[in-house]
Design a protein around this ligand. Structure first.
Ligand code: FE
Length: 340
């Protein structure tokens, strides 16, 4: 009899667990527009250390943001993880986040890499990549130099409307102002080898193929090619040189992967705990390395041979929150300049 009761109790417990909503205590719901294999280990380690189970919904940034808006107060999502400061800014401007209050985050994530409502957990730089057989590195020391008339027909770059270029434009505006940014964009457009198309990797391949002499790309795309075992990728890399831009002026433009706690998070405590965990030395190395990025926490020692090979550089010290705020203006500037 006792065993029958026990079985019944166990069955009831199981059915209760199955019927429980996903926002039950002990479950963290993450909407993520960032999905790399190595991130899996992170989630598993967090659950092991805290007992908090993670439900993850992977999707494209725009779809996730739309979903969070539609779900409104009924959203089960606690956290939004995504890439690029200007995208985090879009989510923030829509009022999707709540203030991120954590002493640990404030201590470990540098002030220029967080805002009151979201924080960065890894960084990438936007660099100039040139064909070693066509262009000399001293022709392209700065973003500004890509607008020099001597590079007519040499520049390949993805769409001006892409967040990576909007964030760069946001930094540009912060450093040199709107008018100078527009003049630069006009010069850049005048130098295009072809209308913008494809992603950063496509630009790198076009540079290697000789379709253009120089391009802009985020560092992890370069590192990905450097680490690739494919002969085709190695042939591409053999043609390419990398310049750290603006080392004598404002430094190389920096962007981020980051996260914010959602306004209607059912499990805010778990969300804070997870972000604090992401800021731990161990998680930092995993998180950053998953996409060949750099940790934001200084004590976290990255071990990435491709990034090491690219060498050290002077990053732009501008707050990512400030450049992100200029992204909408950058879009208008690019529109006027004809950077489609
Ligand atoms: Fe990317």
């Amino acid at each position: 009899m006792r065993s029958v009761l026990k079985t019944l109790a166990a069955a009831l417990a199981t059915s209760f667990a199955l019927a429980a909503p996903v926002q039950a205590q002990g479950v963290l719901n993450i909407y993520s527009a960032r999905h790399y294999q190595t991130d899996e280990a992170l989630y598993a380690n967090f659950t092991k250390a805290t007992g908090i189970r993670i439900n993850r919904l992977d999707g494209k940034e725009d779809e996730l943001v739309e979903r969070i808006r539609n779900e409104a107060a009924a959203s089960p999502a606690d956290l939004l993880i995504t890439v690029d400061a200007s995208r985090l800014e879009v989510a923030d401007k829509l009022g999707l986040f709540q203030p991120l209050q954590s002493k640990i985050i404030d201590e470990r994530v540098p002030a220029n890499l967080r805002t009151p409502n979201w924080a960065a957990f890894s960084t990438r730089a936007r660099v100039i990549v040139y064909n070693k057989f066509v262009i000399k590195p001293d022709q392209v020391p700065t973003y500004e130099s890509l607008a020099n008339p001597e590079l007519k027909g040499q520049v390949c770059v993805r769409s001006g409307g892409h967040p990576y270029n909007l964030s760069l434009g946001g930094a540009f505006i912060a450093h040199v102002g709107e008018a100078a940014t527009e003049a630069w964009a006009r010069g850049l457009v005048a130098n295009f080898a072809r209308p913008p198309r494809g992603g950063d990797t496509d630009q790198l391949k076009s540079v290697a193929a000789g379709e253009c002499g120089v391009a802009l790309a985020n560092t992890y795309y370069v590192a990905r090619l450097m680490r690739s075992t494919s002969a085709a990728d190695q042939a591409v890399m053999a043609k390419l040189g990398v310049v750290w831009p603006n080392q004598a002026t404002w430094g190389a433009h920096i962007n981020v992967s980051g996260a914010g706690i959602l306004k209607h998070a059912p499990n805010k405590a778990a969300a804070v705990k997870f972000l604090e965990y992401l800021a731990s030395d161990e998680a930092q190395v995993y998180f950053a390395d998953g996409n060949n990025e750099w940790p934001v926490v200084k004590t976290a020692a990255a071990r990435n041979p491709a990034l090491d090979k690219l060498g050290s550089f002077r990053p732009d010290a501008l707050a990512v929150g400030d450049l992100a705020k200029n992204a909408a203006l950058a879009q208008r500037v690019y529109d006027r300049a004809g950077w489609k």
